[in-house]
Design a protein around this ligand. Sequence first.
Ligand code: URA
Length: 210
Amino acid sequence: MSSTVNLLDHPLIQHKLTLLRKKDTSTTGFRRLAREISLLMAYEVTSGLPLETIRIETPLEEMDAPQLAGKKLCFVSILRAGNGLLDGMLEMVPAARVGHIGLYRDPHTLTPVEYYIKLPDDIGERMVIVVDPMLATGHSAAAAVARLKQAGATQIRFACLIAAPEGIHLFHEEHPDVPIYVCAIDRQLDDHGYIRPGLGDAGDRLYGTK
Ligand code: URA
């Protein structure tokens, strides 16, 4: 099975992403735009969720109406920049559970090392949507998804703002079963692991740390 890449090309998403990329966008503006884009992404990334029919009463009569079936979603944020996409997603799906995974890159081996993880116990029964704004080398995303599979997750989707072709390729290779939802695929990675043209360091821009 080869994983699918879903390009979220809705005009509102594309317009807001352009504003987000601009170097003059303030920390306040960046945070607000990331939240707004994630609201729109939540709509796309939840497409095709199973529905069930329940009997309800409108003020006028009874009817069979659809509701989401089974346990609600679990969003998993890859720290720290993933948190910038969480608020909007949670606004759209308030009953969702939330997990966090913290990874840093070992300076010698350049491989991701886990320093924090907290997931709901019943993650295996939920659709899991992993959020991280930038799919750069793909190493952190692939490691996070491997860890989620180890914890029992079977239905996983990955959502990001911008991806590098290199990151998509690596992620594809390691997780062909996990669809990617991305707002833009940029030209390339540079020698420092930044996506070009990109938007800079998503964590620093969200939290004003540089
Ligand atoms: N992480 C970021 O925040 N930005 C990049 O361009 C790549 C990884």
